[in-house]
Structure formats: structure tokens, C-alpha cells
Design a protein around this ligand. Structure first.
Ligand code: G3H
Ligand code: 13P
Ligand code: NA
Ligand code: ZN
Length: 328
């Protein structure tokens, strides 16, 4: 059944678990996520970016979610807008049946320019009021994602802030977080702690210098009742890099957010964990494997089925590690 982010994360907080939010762009990803949720009896968050909405079409996405809820009626499912950039994106998502929206006011509506604090408060509060009138939940973001190693933003991935940022922008300030939640009344707060979107997060296994879990702890101390969200939380597993590279890929060595760090975060109030890159890599590894091992193959299903199975297995691993398993 479809539920809101607030309903799901309130339960997660009560029971002390975290919920992965996996991105959807197509039917295969939707089925992979729901098969994983069913296999481990877990509630789940499915989220669509603006890119996903234009790729799949809003009506197609809305009907797909309706179909997934009907096929898996026993699974509590939250349908969430990932990185809404303005009021229109958020309200049209709700209009299409999303039960939750992210208003990412850490960036201006171009989704590239870091926004000032007042802009973020104003637009997030506005979306929060409107969404709450119609029973949808809202996630806000305070702090800009980007690398603490280089100060680089995420522009090379085609989304996120452009240019160099300083540490004060890359790490959420706990006192400001208190003020932000009070003024916006968001149901969940995304924070910045040194993660970034995409595969190239860290040049080495992250330590406390480049992955500031201490910031999460400090925010949780001041906001014990606020559900915290970690973006850029793919772990970029070595084995997925190896599969892609073994079958003709050329991904330079990279490091993601270790699963054990996320598990530590969940103990410190992280309730929603955004994962897209790992799912993409799980699928792409299989596309490459089939293409190279069976060059005569031309039935897309022969590529998509192993890809779907690999994504399902990845999702299951995260649902188990985060304590979501068994909570449906
Ligand atoms: O925000 C990042 C998510 O991974 C979505 O990516 O905008 O390429 O769909 P996307
Ligand atoms: P990853 O790129 O680490 O999977 O992050 C996804 C995300 O934060 C979507 O909002
Ligand atoms: Na989001
Ligand atoms: Zn994100």
C-alpha cells in the first residue's frame, strides 16, 4: 500500500531502522526494488528524479507506481520526488500520486547554483505548507553536497552545484539545522556530510576527514526527533566496479560510502538513505557481461532479466544491512 514518508520514517525511528530510497526510471528497476522488498518483508521508498520524470513520462511513472502497489499489496511503499527544484515540480509530483516530495532549496531552481539560507527557508516552507494541506510529506536539504577532499562540487556528473565550495557550505551547521526545521516544518532533513552523487565520491576509503559522520551526530543531538536523510549514499562496491571493468568497462578506481558507516548513521538518526549509483552499476555490469559473453544475443530481455536480478540482490543487501528487513 502507498504510504507517506512521514508514516514510514516515524515507524523507522520508533523501531530504530533506516530505509533505503532507491531511484526508479523504468519498469525493471521498479520490479527489482519490489521483489527485494517482498523477499525480505521490508517497507521501501521509491524515488524519481526530474530526469526520471522526463525520461519515463509522468503518466507512465504514475501508472507504474500504481501497478507496483497492486502487484505487491503487502509492501508499504512511499513514492517520493527526488530533488525537486521548485514549487511546480513538487506539486505536479503530488498531482501524479507521489506521497512525498523533496524540495531541494540548497540550490537555486537551476539545480546548479548554491542558494542562500533565506531562499532555502522560503521556498521549502512554501512547499511544506502546500504539501501538508494535501497530506503529502516533505524533505528539505540544508548544506550542499560535494567533496571535502577537493572542495569540488558535482558538476562533472551533470547535476549538483557548480564550482568550488568551502567547508562551511559542504557541512550542515547543526544550529542552522534547528532553525531550518522550525521554520520549514519539513518531515525529513537531508544533510551534507561530505558525500556526493555518482560513482566518484572519494579517492580512498573514507575516514572521518572526508566523510564527516560527526556532523550527523551533532545534528541528531540538537534535533533528536527529526528524520535525517543521507544523499549520495551508494557504496560503489569493488565487486561491481570489477564486473564492469572485466567486461569492457573503463571506470577508474573509486570509493563510495561504506555500508558500515551508513549503519552507524542509522544509529545516529539517519532514516532515509538515497541510493541510485549502486543500482545503476549492478544493472550495467550485467549488460556488459551478457554483451561480451553472448555476442550473438539480441533479445533485450536476455540483458534486462540478469540486470534486474542483480539490482534486486543489491537492494536486498541494503534492506538487510539497514534493518529494514522484517519491518513491512
Ligand atoms: O540526484 C541524483 C540521482 O542519482 C538522480 O540522478 O538526475 O541522473 O536521474 P538523475
Ligand atoms: P548515489 O549517487 O550515491 O547513489 O546517490 C543518490 C542520491 O542521493 C539520489 O538523491
Ligand atoms: Na530525495
Ligand atoms: Zn540526492
Amino acid at each position: 500500500a502507498l504510504i507517506t514518508l512521514r508514516q514510514l520514517l516515524d515507524h523507522a525511528a520508533e523501531q530504530g531502522y533506516g530505509v533505503p530510497a532507491f531511484n526508479i526510471n523504468n519498469m525493471e528497476q521498479g520490479l527489482a526494488i519490489m521483489e527485494a522488498a517482498r523477499a525480505c518483508d521490508a517497507p521501501v521508498i521509491i524515488q524519481a528524479s526530474r530526469g526520471a520524470r522526463s525520461y519515463a513520462n509522468d503518466i507512465m511513472l504514475a501508472k507504474m507506481i500504481e501497478a507496483l502497489a497492486a502487484i505487491y499489496p503487502e509492501i508499504p511503499l512511499c513514492m517520493h520526488q527526488d530533488h525537486g527544484n521548485n514549487e511546480a515540480t513538487c506539486m505536479t509530483a503530488i498531482r501524479h500520486g507521489f506521497t512525498s516530495v523533496m524540495m531541494d532549496g540548497s540550490l537555486k531552481a537551476d539545480a546548479k547554483t548554491p542558494a542562500d539560507y533565506d531562499y532555502n527557508v522560503d521556498i521549502t516552507a512554501r512547499v511544506s505548507h502546500m504539501a501538508h494541506w494535501v497530506g503529502a510529506s516533505v524533505e528539505g536539504e540544508l548544506g550542499v553536497l560535494g567533496s571535502l577532499e577537493t572542495g569540488e562540487s558535482e558538476a562533472e556528473d551533470g547535476h549538483g552545484a557548480e564550482g568550488k565550495l568551502d567547508h562551511s557550505q559542504l557541512l550542515t551547521d547543526p544550529d542552522q539545522a534547528v532553525d531550518f526545521v522550525k521554520k520549514t516544518q519539513v518531515d525529513a532533513l537531508a544533510i551534507a556530510c561530505g558525500t556526493s552523487h555518482g560513482a566518484y565520491k572519494f579517492s580512498r576509503k573514507p575516514d572521518g576527514e572526508i566523510l564527516a559522520m560527526s556532523v550527523i551526530e551533532a545534528i541528531h543531538k540538537k534535533l533528536p526527533d527529526t528524520h535525517l536523510v543521507m544523499h549520495g549514499s551508494s557504496s560503489v562496491p569493488q565487486e561491481l566496479q570489477d564486473i564492469i571493468n572485466a567486461f569492457g568497462g573503463a571506470m577508474p578506481q573509486t570509493f563510495g560510502v561504506p555500508v558500515e558507516e551508513i549503519v552507524r548513521g542509522i544509529k545516529m538518526g539517519v532514516r532515509k538513505v538515497n541510493i541510485d549509483t549502486d543500482c545503476r552499476m549492478a544493472m550495467t555490469g550485467q549488460f556488459r557481461r551478457i554483451a561480451q559473453q553472448t555476442p550473438s544475443e539480441f533479445d533485450p530481455r536476455k540483458f534486462l532479466k540478469p540486470a534486474m536480478d542483480a539490482m534486486r540482490d543489491l537492494c536486498k543487501q541494503r534492506l538487510e544491512a539497514f534493518g529494514t528487513a522484517g519491518q513491512a
